[in-house]
Design a protein around this ligand. Sequence first.
Ligand code: 4AD
Ligand code: MG
Length: 480
Amino acid sequence: NKRVKIKTILEQGLIGSEITLMGWVRTKRSNKNVSFIAMNDGSIITNYQVVADPNVISEDILKKCTTGACLKITGTVVESQGAGQSSELNAKSIEVLGEADPEKYPLQPKKHSLEFLREIAHLRMRTNTFGAVFRVRHALAFAVHQYFNDKGFFYIHTPIITASDAEGAGETFKVTTLDIGNPPKTEEGKVDFKQDFFEREANLTVSGQLEGELAAMALSEIYTFGPTFRAENSNTTRHLAEFWMIEPEMAFYDAEDNADLAEDFLKYLIRYALDHCQEDLQFLESRLLDEEKSKPQDQRSEMSLLEKLKFVVDNEFVRISYTEAIDILRNSNPNKKKKFQYLIESWGADLQSEHERYLVEKHFKKPVILTDYPKEIKSFYMRQNDDGKTVAAMDILFPGIGEIIGGSQREERLDVLLQRMDEMNIPKEEMWWFLDTRRFGATPHAGFGLGFERMVQFVTGMGNIRDVIAFPRTPGNAEF
Ligand code: 4AD
Ligand code: MG
């Protein structure tokens, strides 16, 4: 008997077929005459009902069919008597592949809090919520490759160990091969960290962008999709120390082409999830509706998860400059809220997340593409605008998430770039290879980075970024 997945049974019917099902017990209900075992194998959110007759399956075996146990069941697919499911499996034999002692198994057939499940991340994928989240995450990752492949972009694998700090923000994790007992020393006798990676300095990458730019100068349109690392000590629901980023980089694109691509890409990913993850999204939506019920009326969201996703797909994003955004913020709250006050005084300040939220959730109620930021608050590689004050930067802000994408048109003019690097204390000598793209065959180009976990958060409606990556890396968290 071939093993058949639950998804396949539900899709194909298979009434009358003898099949083998393998998976894990979610619940078991028994009476004298019969046991009903709800099984799940991860292929779909739906549990599949197995009917076991104690005259056929021994009491000893049935006793071991407890929540969490892994079973191999052979039987016949029959029309279901009960409501809800069209078929069920009449068990002829059950083999217990792996027991799960009900006294010790941490997952009970009841609702556990996300906080509790975070403590048992090694088991939480066995719950409905996390099964749904990780199937959606997979679908989105697949859609990323589908999208770019269809457009003729090439996937570049950029290094994880590198000497450069692409964002110049100094938030890198060091990589070391140091012999702790016998480290290389500087002339003053101190440990020489400049030599800690096989006699030179290295860190984990914060972004694949700079290498991506090199590739775009050869293959025209490329993207990266890999893990990136930030050693910022932020404990928020939007930050991880290790997160995945998608970074397309395109020769011959200007800032507007860049924004067009980003908007189209985000909508494609959401549409893909709507088309391919219906059951999971419906489950996640109902989960959120439950959660909402415990909130006061005025804090409940106006749209359900699916409505929100469809809304983003169907509506054009707002595009405004930083300067226009500041004006809106200044006029929004002339005297009431202190936190908007400093913006009135200083053009040039970075927007805080409450400002971003105000623009997206209160003022426009739509995703916003914010462009042309003051150059002082953005990275050295962004192209300077003619006003001498701003750069062709682009941040995309999403409701409930804040910044989901950061990008820009790049500074392709060597002299302007060199001057900017001097002003921002970016070491030019070490970046000679990057500067070569501006020396040989330079062209206008642009790109952006999508934080993959923030995208998964938006699509699944999960409030905490720790709940959309299997094993989150946050300050102090690296056990499993
Ligand atoms: O804005 P960031 O820092 O931009 C870059 O790294 C550029 N090199 C991208 C490019 O132009 N190729 O990061 C891009 C996105 C953010 O908008 C956010 O979605 C996500 O990456 N991100 C994080 N996600 C989770 N945890 C963190 N600590 C993140 N930092 C950034
Ligand atoms: Mg950013």
